[in-house]
Design a protein around this ligand. Structure first.
Ligand code: DQA
Length: 146
């Protein structure tokens, strides 16, 4: 689970848009959902594009998939998109807010075209839905191979 810029301030940052849960609380919910799904999750947050790029590279050989809320980098970062495309790990993009109901500049995602899917607009639930979708994708894809 990769959390992008400003998401360390969740709970205090524009709660009318992003809700009242802190990042630690969201990570705890992901842990619980991960246990239900028998999935091991590692989480990290960074405000720095290059650190997120490094984390994506580091996922190769360690993790089977990526869940990402890239925050504002969603709308700006060719580097994050290229990193995800380079490691070629199944990636689900999530957003707390519905980015399509907001300002025009949030309507475009550089990540969406290389993600397996996107979940946007369900608050903290977006993360859990995203994790379920990734787990489902990984399991059914593996079954297809047998
Ligand atoms: C966000 C939406 C982005 O547009 C914004 O820059 C964020 C959070 C969301 O989760 O709704 O930082 O990714």
């Amino acid at each position: 689970m990769l959390h992008g810029p400003n998401l360390n301030l969740l709970g205090q940052r524009e709660p009318g848009i992003y809700g009242s849960l802190s990042l630690a609380e969201i990570n705890r919910q992901l842990e619980v959902e991960g246990k239900n799904l028998a999935i091991e999750i590692s989480t990290m947050q960074s405000n720095h594009e290059g650190i997120l790029v490094d984390a994506i590279h580091d996922a190769l050989g360690k993790h089977q998939g990526i869940l990402i809320n890239a925050g504002a980098y969603t709308h700006t970062s060719v580097a994050l998109r290229d990193a995800i495309a380079a490691v070629n790990l199944p990636t689900v993009e999530v957003h707390l807010s519905n980015i399509y109901r907001r300002e025009e500049f949030r309507h475009h995602s550089y990540i969406a075209p290389i993600a397996i899917g996107q979940i946007s607009g369900f608050g903290a639930q977006s993360y859990l839905l995203g994790l379920q979708a990734l787990a489902y994708y990984l399991r059914t894809k593996c079954e297809d191979k047998v």
